[in-house]
Design a protein around this ligand. Structure first.
Ligand code: MOS
Length: 724
């Protein structure tokens, strides 16, 4: 158990986040946002702003900082600000004012007068459900609609009609936002070598790709630096408006420019999570075996239609063994800010619907909800031949039930003084993915080593994991390994997204270490070297032969070198044709609902996870408990209120509720550890996202157990729990 090695730097304020990079002469940019949700800007009067104290530049669609299409190898095209007069949502970046100080820029920005040719805004998700559209593309290129039907079954309707027990309901999840602690920001500086930009993100090399294409400069002239990132969760996967505007303004003005979004701006000037409506129909036999599973999902999206929250595809396609499966995915484009990846995209809202429905089915069958899930345990995703590489979900449930005291649960909860007490459970899954990654490993003459890659640690613990995997692979103590992340000058290290970073960078680290040791051995035995012509072995950081040994540092010094470097790459490959990969988990929640006030409080939580090998239990536990807190937050707190005008009514942390310490009890996290070496040599699958999956359903199921009230939407509020 290793503590986060960047922890002391962070808690003592020494860690330099993007906006902490101050250079002499730095200018400050303040973004101007639209105040209508649909229409065209017909004029922007910037006269007052331009003559305001300290102002050196005002840029708008009329006086534009030219940016081309921004494209990255992973995310395709990304929106760039100010290139159009069209407004598609309230709070869209439409200008930037640059001044000597932040206050001057902000004050001047307030004086910009915008005239719009305003059109009616389409902002109601529920009104749009009836006319939902086919999405252009779903994650992984999956079809919008797909069926797997047993032999002789004509349609999913027939399969449902033939099922002795059916539950069929629609569930709703709210629009959410990542609200990372560090607002989106950037400090950009140009010199003869090109652009250097300091901006928190999830992958330095992808930002470099996006910025170089947008700015029309060679990729080698853009360097993105982000050693510390104050939370991302999918919301910093792409370059933000702050990044594009800081870079372009710094070039135009030939001075460093810093742009920091205010907390309120982050809500609309960056993308959030879609609202969803999901109809789930489950048909089962009397023993609880699923006969049919139908999941029709609709997600909100921005007018750019750039992302669809893949709820059906993320959940029902893979979770339970069923003979007949039908999923579909549609979207409702609205005049709202764009939506994007947010921690467990698809699975987080999808699992609320599916796992609530499974609870409803258990009740209809008069069966324990764990028993129902065990009876439908899948050995492969329905309709696929590829078996799970490793799956121990049943053990997660068994251990979890024992540790949580599930046997004490009564079908109708129990009372504790003025409180109604209930327990709920839900399955968690998140696909086991990884990306191509390259890692650079270096032996140094002072007997330390460095392991570096361009990936990011947005609070996940990747930096610590990199040191541990590096130490293990180089067979030296972790405190002799310096991990380095967050610099596009390093080899591209995958991205911190999709719960992939450990498996991606870790696998590449193993390859790099083998290569580095190989080179060290060659150096040791080369002509004139201390072990010339001998058969040497490497162990514990030493080269050995003939009863003699030298550390790698000694060897480097003896051969007149300061360091020795190797790179290693690893990418998913053949294994994808042989198995299906996923992390699994069982979530347990106890709630108390006050009899009179109807306040719901989560009082106990336990998650038991099967995520392959756990490299560092301390940081993994922190990832999972963080995810579980997100789940409580989704269940009871979070939701953007969109006014008919398209304005977000609660775009701040006073009105957009996230849990505080008092909302969250002690959280139990337990691992069943089965290293999945079919997935990668490292044996680790992801832990970044699965923690949130299923929790909102477990909370809703516990509330039902306590009160008898089934709430089919989140967040669940007091008014939903008034005695019926
Ligand atoms: Mo994420 S939603 O894993 O960037």
């Amino acid at each position: 158990m290793t503590s986060r090695i960047d922890g002391p730097l962070k808690v003592t304020g020494q860690a330099k986040y993007g906006a902490d990079n101050l250079f002499p002469d730095t200018l400050h940019g303040y973004i101007v946002l639209s105040t209508v949700a649909n229409g065209e800007i017909t004029a922007m009067d910037v006269t007052a702003a331009k003559s305001a104290p300290g102002v050196v530049g005002v840029y708008t669609p009329f006086d534009v900082l030219k940016l081309d299409k921004a494209v990255s190898s992973v995310f395709g095209e990304t929106w760039v600000p100010l290139q159009t007069k069209e407004v598609a949502y309230y709070g869209q970046p439409i200008g930037v004012v640059v001044a000597e100080t932040y206050e001057q820029a902000r004050d001047a920005a307030m004086t910009v007068e915008v005239t719009y040719d305003e059109k009616p805004a389409v902002t109601s998700f529920t009104d749009g459900l009836a006319t939902a559209e086919e999405p252009p593309e779903i994650r992984g290129g999956a079809p919008n609609e797909m069926s797997v039907l047993a032999d002789g079954v004509e349609s999913i309707e027939d399969a449902l009609a033939a099922s002795p027990v059916v539950v069929d309901n629609t569930y709703f999840t709210a629009t959410q936002h990542h609200t990372p602690m560090e607002p989106h920001s950037a400090v950009a500086r140009w010199d003869a070598a090109g652009l250097t930009i300091y901006s928190g993100n999830q992958a330095a090399h992808l930002q470099a790709e996006e910025l170089s294409t947008a700015l029309g400069v060679d990729r080698s002239q853009v360097r993105c630096i982000n050693p510390f990132v104050g939370g991302a969760f999918g919301g910093k996967a792409r370059t933000s408006a702050a990044g594009f505007l800081a870079a372009a303004a710094a070039r135009a003005l030939d001075r460093p420019v810093k742009v920091v979004m205010s907390r309120e701006q982050v809500f609309t000037a960056t993308a959030g999570r879609a609202a969803t409506a999901q109809r789930i129909a489950l048909g089962a036999d009397k023993d609880g075996k699923l006969i049919a599973l139908r999941h029709d999902s609709v997600s909100s999206t921005g007018m750019d239609r750039s992302f669809v929250e893949p709820t059906s595809h993320g959940t029902s396609r893979e979770w339970y063994a069923t003979k007949n499966l039908h999923i579909s995915q549609k979207m409702v484009p609205l005049n709202i800010p764009p939506v994007t990846y947010m921690r467990a995209p698809g699975e987080a809202p999808g699992s609320f619907a599916l796992e609530s429905a499974m609870d409803e089915l258990a009740i209809a069958l008069n069966m324990d909800p764990i028993e129902l899930r065990l009876r439908n345990n899948s050995t492969a995703p329905p309709g696929k031949d590829l078996l799970w590489s490793s799956k121990h979900l049943d053990e997660c449930y068994q251990i979890g039930a024992m540790r949580f005291g599930w046997a004490n649960r009564s079908p109708h909860g129990h009372e504790d003084g003025d409180w109604l007490v209930g327990m709920g459970t839900a399955t968690a899954m998140f696909p086991g993915l990884r990306f191509p990654a390259t890692v650079r490993a270096t032996f140094k003459a002072d007997d330390t080593a460095e392991v570096g890659t361009g990936g990011a640690d947005p609070g996940t613990g990747l930096l610590t994991v990199l040191a541990l995997v590096g130490a293990e692979s180089l067979d030296i103590a972790p405190d002799r390994v310096t991990p380095v992340l967050g610099d596009s000058a390093l080899p591209p290290g995958g991205l911190s997204g999709g719960s992939t970073a450990t498996a991606s960078a870790g696998s590449a680290t193993m390859v790099a270490a083998v290569e580095l040791i190989d080179q060290l051995v060659k150096l040791a035995t080369s002509a004139g070297a201390p072990f010339e012509g001998l058969e040497v072995t490497y162990e514990g950081g030493r080269v050995l032969a003939d009863g003699r040994s030298m550390t790698f540092g000694e060897l480097l010094r003896a051969t007149g070198r300061t360091e020795l470097t190797a790179t290693g790459s690893s990418a998913p490959g053949e294994e994808l044709t042989k198995h299906s990969f996923s992390s699994f988990g069982a979530q347990f929640v106890e709630v108390k609902v006050h009899k009179l006030t109807r306040e719901a409080r989560v009082t106990r939580m336990l998650g038991v996870f099967d995520a392959g090998r756990i490299i560092n239990e301390k940081t993994a536990r922190s990832q999972l408990s963080g995810g579980m807190i997100w789940g409580v937050s989704a269940a009871l707190h979070e939701g953007i209120e969109i006014e008919p005008s398209g304005r977000f009514a609660n775009a701040d942390l006073a009105g957009y509720l996230v849990p505080v310490n008092a909302d969250i009890p002690d959280i139990g996290v337990h691992f069943v550890q089965y290293p999945d070496t079919l997935h990668s040599d490292l044996g680790a699958k992801g832990v970044g996202e699965i923690g949130v999956v299923g929790v909102a359903a477990a909370v809703a199921n516990a509330i039902h157990n306590a009160t008898g009230i089934r709430v089919r939407h989140i967040p669940i509020r007091i008014e939903d729990l008034l005695d019926s």
